[in-house]
Design a protein around this ligand. Structure first.
Ligand SMILES: CC(C)c1cccc2c(O)c(C(=O)O)cnc12
Length: 458
């Protein structure tokens, strides 16, 4: 089985969940066993690359090319981005020295929408692999931040003449990935849709949770964003006795405008989604813990205040929603040695009251924003999504389990553990009265960061 060959090349990978963190520079080596750098992902040990697609938001093309091993460095790469006008011109100019790098501009016809989706489609001699991740294709995103990814198994080619529905997974991942790619409505992805159709994705155990910009009505409302997540939790998760005491945890690196009070979106439609388990749903008494770095978390981080350059919570947005900050918890990750590696990963989960079990887990590009997850309009008959986003949902039923046990010590990793490697400490720790949420466009000159610097944004 080709995959065994590749998996054994990286013996310390957890191939139960295929959920990995990025390597972080400056940590005790113990906390990087089982973590991956981009050069590992692109290594010949995972497959003999033929061509790839890189969906992302921010690109350093020369740096990206250099992350491929020399033998793959001039193979065709398609970049899927959301840049327009001058930003698009700058991006294309970066690739002038690299004729093998081509571009595909994702349509962004709704204001304030962005192409956040981060995904690699890797076409090998041996088959096909999908990676869905949280890192931009720039050096800083792979240096000292907490980032995560889902790495698919190696998908072998199907026998010639296999039927259209061949190679489907129990989670309908193949159908959903093809639908997501088709939603771009661009010619550059047609050949990739065709290639994926010729492969066997049946070993996939995660559900795809994507967002594509648009206004959706009727059945289309459940295709994307949080209503997609709600549909999956309704259809494939079981009610739990005493579930109203099972907290929801949201963890993210940016925050949109949520309205003047919690009923406008967060504690209403979004919480209704996050508290859905089978038939039951809105539990307004369910605890909701939001994890977002405090100023001191950023100041004392490996990067220092510059980590805040990737935590773009603006004063304009924050001052309109002071009510939100009572939900906030610190970024603490002693479990993975990453308390000082600021999060750019985004995760959402439902935990047991004692935080030893999970009912589900999501890793995604989606921050805490209506633009990413969608917001109901027109008396709940329409949902509007502004951005492209992509993530995966882990449901215990797809792994033959009732709940996921939370893995206490994920490092050094064990390849067969059934515990889920939650990347940060549970239970989350509330902000103290003195803690302030990180806001990226105000100065911090009262206390130096780990590099002895202050922060004075222009
Ligand atoms: C507000 C915008 C310009 C921004 C600032 C800093 C970091 C950002 C980021 O990391 C992403 C992303 O990763 O998709 C997207 N926008 C980011």
């Amino acid at each position: 089985e080709p995959d065994d060959f590749f998996e054994t090349s990286f013996p310390c990978l957890n191939d139960t969940y295929r959920f990995y963190l990025n390597k972080v520079t400056g940590l005790d080596r113990k906390y990087n066993t089982g973590a991956l750098h981009i050069k590992d992902i692109l290594s010949p040990l995972f497959g003999t690359l033929k061509e790839s697609v890189q969906f992302n938001y921010c690109f350093d093309i020369a740096w990206m090319v250099n992350q491929f091993p020399p033998e793959f460095r001039d193979l065709p790469v398609l970049i899927v981005h959301g840049d327009k006008r001058e930003a698009k011109a700058r991006l294309l100019k970066q690739a002038q020295p690299f004729p093998h790098v081509r571009f595909c501009q994702a349509k962004l016809d709704i204001a304030f929408g962005t192409h956040h989706t981060k995904m690699m489609l890797l076409w090998y001699e041996e088959g096909f692999r999908v990676v869905i991740l949280t890192s931009n294709l720039i050096r800083a995103d792979w240096y000292q931040k907490t980032q995560g990814m889902w790495m698919s198994p190696l998908f072998p080619r199907l026998p010639k003449g296999s039927g259209a529905s061949a190679g489907e997974s129990p989670t309908f991942f193949k159908r959903d990935l093809l639908e997501y790619l088709a939603s771009y409505r661009v010619p550059e992805l047609e050949e990739w849709i065709q290639r994926i159709k010729e492969h066997d994705l049946s070993e996939t155990r995660v559900y795809l949770v994507g967002s594509t910009p648009g206004r959706y009505v009727g059945e289309n409302m459940e295709r994307w964003g949080h209503l997609r997540l709600r549909k999956l939790l309704h259809d494939h998760a079981e009610p739990i006795p005493g579930e109203e005491r099972w907290p929801v945890i949201g963890q993210f690196s940016s925050i949109g405008s949520m309205g003047l009070d919690k009923t406008k979106w967060l504690a209403g439609e979004f919480q209704r989604t996050l508290t859905t388990l089978g038939k039951s749903s809105l539990r307004s008494d369910t605890p909701v813990h939001l994890v977002f770095p405090s100023v001191d978390d950023v100041r004392t981080s490996l990067e220092g205040y510059p980590a805040g350059g990737s935590l773009p919570y603006s004063l304009q947005t924050a001052q309109k929603q002071l009510w939100l900050h009572s939900y906030f918890h610190r970024w603490k990750a002693n479990t993975t040695g990453r308390s000082h590696a600021m999060p750019h990963i985004k995760t959402y989960m439902r935990a047991s009251p004692d935080f030893t079990e999970l009912a589900w887990f999501v890793v995604t590009s989606s921050n805490l924003s209506k633009a990413a997850w969608g917001a109901l309009e027109k008396n709940n008959t329409q949902v509007m999504v502004r951005s492209y986003e992509l993530g995966v949902l882990y449901l215990p039923a797809a792994f033959g389990m009732k709940t996921f046990p939370v893995l206490k010590d994920p490092f050094p990793v064990s390849s067969s553990s059934t515990g889920f490697p939650v990347p940060f400490d549970l239970p989350p720790v509330c902000y103290s009265p003195k803690d302030q949420p990180w806001i990226w466009n105000i100065p911090y000159n009262q206390a130096p960061d780990t590099h002895g610097n202050i922060w004075v944004p222009s």
